[in-house]
Design a protein around this ligand. Structure first.
Ligand code: ADP
Ligand code: TRP
Length: 321
């Protein structure tokens, strides 16, 4: 089984990314041949600062490794180290119906939030389909918001197979139910672009401050509280055991505990949860060549698979002698 996923280096990784994509991807690395990449071509749809793009890409590789990605099992690489993927995206775009892209929520959401409506942002799902199909991927672990893009990928693969013969496998999304959508400080989806994140490797003081700023209502301390009325309890449940979650739920419903106290408990759990990863991160930082070396080896593996599949595509489409 081949497993593939990508993440955009458009900012710093937060716990929504961790539970939605990174943790499931890391868990799957033992079950097959995994390919995980840093989607820098994709990030260009929102980030036009070359230094920031380079810096974020490196940092994501480091953070992913610190969180448990094992480079002996999974290939970790930069999307742009396999530039053939842009050639495949072009070929796919020639059979992709406009209507398929027009239906994509992500484009509509992003432009509604003020992102400029570039052609690249619109055709983003075609590049994502190329990312997936160029490695004959079977399974794609992603957060729920990416599910539609995997469906688009399947539709594009079917269209190519219909047009040129059986070239591509149809990939399956793998969505973790526990990660449904991780809420941010304001209760909306946690997202880099909403400024409501808790970063995986944030400084201690900043992380505490962010948790203390989770938006709550004005229910008085003595009164019973709705555990789902703010992000505190859903976030705590991600880190706590079932028994600990049940205990916090009961304390919310009973009354007599203020939101500040619950926030402190959340901070404690979150900080302890990421402690081993912070330690591993410090070890990696002490070996400056390690990340570069992992990315280089990852790119070599990815290129050898991509080259083989591109030979198949070129031959089937007539882009070869
Ligand atoms: P962001 O919204 O912060 O820009 P991305 O779109 O780069 O995040 O998402 C990278 C991966 O993390 C995707 O697989 C996405 O589904 C997952 N993800 C992002 N935010 C969340 C969230 N709040 N809850 C669950 N998964 C998420
Ligand atoms: N679109 C994904 C996101 O924003 C990132 C991504 C690009 C991706 N190509 C991919 C994810 C291929 C899975 C497979 O999160």
């Amino acid at each position: 089984m081949r497993i593939l996923s990508g993440i955009q280096p458009s900012g710093v990784l937060h716990i929504g990314n961790y539970f939605g994509m990174m943790r499931p991807a890391i868990a799957l690395q033992a079950e097959g041949e995994a390919f995980y990449f840093i989607a820098d071509y994709h990030a260009l749809t929102s980030l036009h600062d070359p230094n920031a793009l380079r810096e974020n890409s490196r940092r994501i590789a480091l953070d992913f490794l610190a969180c448990g990605l094992d480079p002996e099992r999974a290939a970790l690489f930069c999307q742009s180290d396999v530039p053939q993927v842009t050639e495949l995206a072009w070929i796919l775009s020639t059979v992709t119906p406009m209507g398929l892209l027009e239906r994509c929520h992500s484009y509509k959401d992003k432009t509604a939030r003020g992102m400029s409506a570039s052609a690249g942002l619109f055709t983003y799902p075609v590049l994502m389909a190329a990312d997936i199909l160029i490695y004959d991927s079977d399974v794609v672990p992603v957060g729920k918001d990416q599910k539609q893009h995997i469906e688009v990928t399947r539709d594009i693969a079917l269209k190519v197979n219909e047009t040129f013969g059986p070239i591509f496998k149809l990939p399956e999304p793998r969505i973790q139910s526990s990660s449904e959508t991780v809420p941010g400080l304001d209760g909306q989806k946690m997202s880099k672009s909403y400024g409501n994140t808790i970063d995986i490797f944030g400084e201690e003081k900043e992380t505490r401050k962010r948790i203390m700023s989770i938006v709550t209502d004005s229910t008085p301390l003595e009164a019973p509280k709705d555990p789902n009325g703010s992000a505190i309890f859903p976030l705590y449940s991600l880190f706590a055991t079932e028994a600990e979650s049940a205990e916090m739920r009961a304390a919310f419903e009973k009354g007599g505990t203020g939101y500040g106290e619950f926030k402190k408990q959340l901070f404690g759990k979150l900080w302890d949860y990421f402690a081993p990863m912070r330690k591993r991160r410090a070890e990696i930082v002490a070996h400056p060549d390690f990340v570069e070396d992992v990315l280089k080896r990852g790119a070599e593996r990815a290129n050898s698979v991509a080259d083989e599949i591109m030979r198949r595509v070129r031959s089937a489409t007539g882009i070869s002698k």
